[in-house]
Design a protein around this ligand. Structure first.
Ligand SMILES: Nc1ncnc2c1ncn2[C@@H]1O[C@H](COP(=O)(O)OP(=O)(O)OP(=O)(O)O)[C@@H](O)[C@H]1O
Ligand SMILES: [Mg+2]
Length: 262
């Protein structure tokens, strides 16, 4: 028998500019999230899961329409905001995203738009990653480079990315508007949930909110004053679809939903 021919070792060709990089995948520790009381796929019908099941229904109806009503414009872009820090924006954004990702036929993109104080990845038990800010700062970073797929196949995450001293300007910039347009059009079939900074301490939350189809305003029970709620609503008064979550209420299970503001 002839000696086997030795195949030459070929050098790996350099990546072609513009070649598609496969999306990065991160592993969410669902058991940990479940222990922390968050909504998860196999976490069962907990009170929190039930609350978010009720909260998501009208939002999904607005985003997708139903037999009687057409979808609202950009209804798939939903920002979760509040008047003040610590009211539960991130908690509600993450749980809402998880809950919607549990629907059979819907995929969700969870965006951390609280770029000055990002916390979506931390809450999910993940280290910081490049994201939104990197796209806005660098021409070469594309949306597809920084979106993280997760072990929940219907849930992807766009992290906040690197903190930057021009955060406010970048979030209010024209590049951000065109990025939002790109997200709305490219992911028209997805629900995109944005976690955001508080409305009364920053200007970027209201600038962002103006570009969304739907706004969820979290109101912390027994803490947010009527004055603060009114002032927060005033800052988003140009947005037609606002719903409220009455959060951390002792009278109801966590995240009780109480209706619409038009
Ligand atoms: N319904 C709830 N039940 C139990 N804990 C909650 C609830 N909502 C929020 N929390 C807790 O309250 C704290 C503040 O919530 P969270 O970080 O979501 O607020 P935030 O509005 O995003 O704050 P920031 O403005 O600082 O980003 C967190 O520890 C969160 O886990
Ligand atoms: Mg937050």
């Amino acid at each position: 028998m002839d000696k086997p021919t030795e195949l030459p070792i070929l050098p790996v060709p350099p990546a072609q500019p513009g070649a598609l990089t496969p999306p990065r995948c991160v592993e969410l520790n669902l058991a940990r999230l479940n222990q922390l009381g968050m909504v998860t796929h196999d976490g069962g019908r907990t009170p929190v899961a039930e609350d978010f099941r009720i909260i998501k229904r009208p939002l999904l109806r607005n985003a997708r329409g139903d037999n009687d009503t057409p979808p609202i414009r950009h209804g798939n872009l939903i920002i979760v905001t509040s008047a003040l820090p610590g009211e539960g924006k991130t908690y509600c954004a993450v749980n809402l995203a998880m809950s919607i990702a549990m629907e059979m036929d819907i995929t969700v993109l969870l965006v951390d738009a609280d770029v000055a104080r990002p916390s979506v990845l931390r809450v999910l038990g993940l280290p910081p990653e490049p994201g939104l800010m990197d796209i806005l700062l660098r021409d070469k970073t594309a949306l597809s480079d920084v979106i993280l797929r997760t072990n929940v196949s219907t849930l992807s995450i766009l992290p906040a990315g690197r903190a930057n001293k021009h955060t406010t300007e970048l979030l209010a910039s024209r590049s951000m508007s065109s990025l939002l347009k790109e997200i709305a059009e490219r992911y028209a079939d997805r629900i995109v949930i944005f976690d955001s900074p508080p409305l009364l301490l920053t200007t970027e939350a209201s600038v962002l909110a103006a570009q969304m189809g739907q706004i969820v305003l979290v109101v912390e029970s027994e803490r947010t004053t009527q004055h603060d709620v009114k002032e927060a609503l005033r800052r988003i008064e140009h947005c037609p679809n606002v719903s409220l979550i009455y959060n951390k209420s002792k009278a109801f299970p966590a995240g009780e939903y109480y209706g619409y503001y038009d």
